[in-house]
Design a binder for this molecule. Structure first.
Ligand code: NAP
Length: 205
């Protein structure tokens, strides 16, 4: 289908990369740790490749599968190499107790990324309201996203649909802070009895 670039080689890079590859995409992995990226490319298979950390990604969609503390630095490090790309912020800026976020309205991680992103890049927040283990189950879950740029959002929605997910558009970049709180909601519900194999949804009843 298309090439999806993923920066990071941890749990979410594994879950999103595997699901993307299984659904026909070519996955490019970029990590500051090339050995980890290489090992993950082999694990994902389906022709997954390893790109050079900091170089221009092959894919139009670039998933930032890193910790929230690193996301802005990573985008700054890449600089103009990300010009024109659709940057997918998946981070959850949880506080130490996991019952709140460290960001404030108007200054979500996605908005912080947008502030340093190069010309023509757009930021869409997605995948932060779902557990990696649930992504791996390959079920037709709802997936909330929000961000700027109609074309970038349409691109992400099409990508989610291609993964067998139901894209749920929550609005513009200003809604990304709400999505960060939705991550807290998901974890709260999971911890308080529902378990970690659940997904948030917004379907017709
Ligand atoms: N796990 C979940 O179920 C889940 C669900 C929703 C959202 N999220 C979000 O997804 C993101 C990734 O989570 P994860 O579970 O995949 O974490 P993880 O397994 O710890 O992986 C984190 C990745 O970030 C990279 N990284 C950390 N600091 C970096 C830096 N300064 N520069 C470049 N790369 C850096 C790490 O690279 P190294 O290997 O080189 O350290 C690693 O590849 C987080 O923001 C998390 O909030 C996770």
């Amino acid at each position: 289908m298309t090439t999806i670039s993923i920066i990071g080689s941890g749990n979410m890079a594994t879950a999103i990369g595997t699901r993307a590859a299984t659904h026909g995409h070519t996955v490019e992995l970029m990590s500051r740790n090339i050995a980890t990226a290489q090992a993950l490319a082999e694990k994902i298979g389906h022709g997954a490749t390893v790109g050079t950390y900091g170089a221009r990604p092959a894919g139009d969609i670039v998933v930032l599968a890193v910790l929230y503390q690193a996301a802005v630095d990573v985008v700054t490090h890449y600089g103009d190499a990300l010009a024109g790309k659709t940057l997918v912020d998946i981070t959850n800026p949880f506080n130490a107790d996991g019952i709140g976020v460290v960001t404030t309205p108007g200054n979500s991680v996605a908005q912080q990324i947008a502030a340093v992103a190069p010309d023509g890049a757009h930021v869409v927040k997605a995948f932060n309201t779902i557990f990696g283990g649930v992504i791996a189950e390959d079920k037709p879950v709802d997936l909330f996203f929000a961000g700027d740029g109609a074309e970038a959002k349409a691109q992400v929605a099409a990508f989610l649909e291609s993964l067998g997910m139901r894209p749920r558009d929550a609005g513009g970049l200003e809604m990304t802070h709400a999505l960060e709180w939705a991550g807290i909601l998901l974890v709260g519900v999971a911890r308080n009895g529902a378990g970690f194999d659940i997904a948030l949804g917004a379907g017709a009843v």
